[in-house]
Design a protein around this ligand. Structure first.
Ligand code: NAP
Length: 239
């Protein structure tokens, strides 16, 4: 049986890349969205690359309308693009507050909004948001990051309530620390022991499972954590 067409944002690195590889392995056709700053798009007969800067929210509505026109058959979206930036609120410039929120929250709401009318009309579709443990508890130096993830959780819960009558499913996956390039420019990282971090494939496997569930089952929210939470601080590398 042909598997449904899935969009994965953040397909060039970390969690999104692992999800893309896993879904391709499971025979889903995948549209990958990222800027492809560090990796070239994957080469696979079932993979379509759509380079896009999701943080450029002013031009996003037009680009997303084109995307929907080009690929109306999409049946699922995995929202894995995002980035981390941490510090006390007063250390953020006004534009940094906006750009982090634009990528981690506004762009996700825009992409969901672009496809929802089609999903609702057709009576199927699945939105899977990658939240974070930061969507569950605010913590020091995480004011804007946590706020963007709390907003995403609110969006997911509201959409779940609103969309179920149209048979559209909404899931939020909240990983703890995952060993990815997310930490490359941060002054902390997960501990070094294997029980201190998840690997991107853990999240990918979870997404594959969520997509494989019966259409009448709603997987609302899943939290994934490393067995032992250990954070190591480290010096930022100067660019
Ligand atoms: N790693 C963790 O510990 C962890 C834990 C919980 C939740 N998360 C969440 O998981 C998501 C993915 O993080 P990750 O760990 O996989 O980090 P990552 O390895 O740095 O990957 C981030 C992805 O987002 C894409 N991206 C960043 N800015 C973009 C933009 N302006 N437009 C389009 N795509 C953009 C990147 O692609 P390009 O740079 O090529 O555009 C890349 O594919 C984020 O939402 C993060 O908050 C991560």
């Amino acid at each position: 049986m042909t598997k449904p067409l899935i969009i994965v944002t953040g397909s060039s690195s970390g969690i999104g890349r692992a999800i893309t590889l896993r879904l391709l392995q499971s025979n889903y056709p995948v549209i990958g969205i990222a800027r492809y700053r560090h990796h070239a798009p994957l080469e696979h007969h079932n993979f379509i690359s759509v380079p896009m800067d999701l943080a450029d929210v002013d031009t996003l509505p037009e680009k997303l309308n084109e995307l929907v026109d080009c690929y109306p058959d999409v049946q699922g979206i995995v929202f894995a693009a995002g980035r981390g930036q941490f510090g006390s609120l007063e250390e953020f410039s006004f534009s940094q507050i906006k750009s982090l929120t634009d990528l981690n929250f506004i762009s996700q709401a825009y992409l969901a909004k672009a496809y929802l009318p089609l999903f609702k009309k057709r009576g199927n579709g699945h939105l899977i948001f990658i939240g974070s443990e930061a969507a569950l508890k605010g913590s020091r130096k995480g004011a804007i990051y946590c706020a963007s993830k709390f907003a995403l959780r609110g969006l997911a819960q509201a959409l779940r309530d609103e969309c179920s009558k149209s048979n559209v499913r909404v899931t939020l996956v909240n990983p703890g620390m995952v060993n990815t390039a997310f930490y490359d420019e941060l002054d902390f990282a997960p501990g070094k022991e294997p029980e201190n971090y998840l690997v991107p494939e853990d999240v990918a496997l979870t997404i594959d499972y969520i997509l494989s569930t019966r259409a009448v089952l709603s997987v609302d929210e899943i939290n994934l954590s490393p067995l032992k939470n250990v954070v190591q601080s480290r010096k930022k590398t100067k660019q």
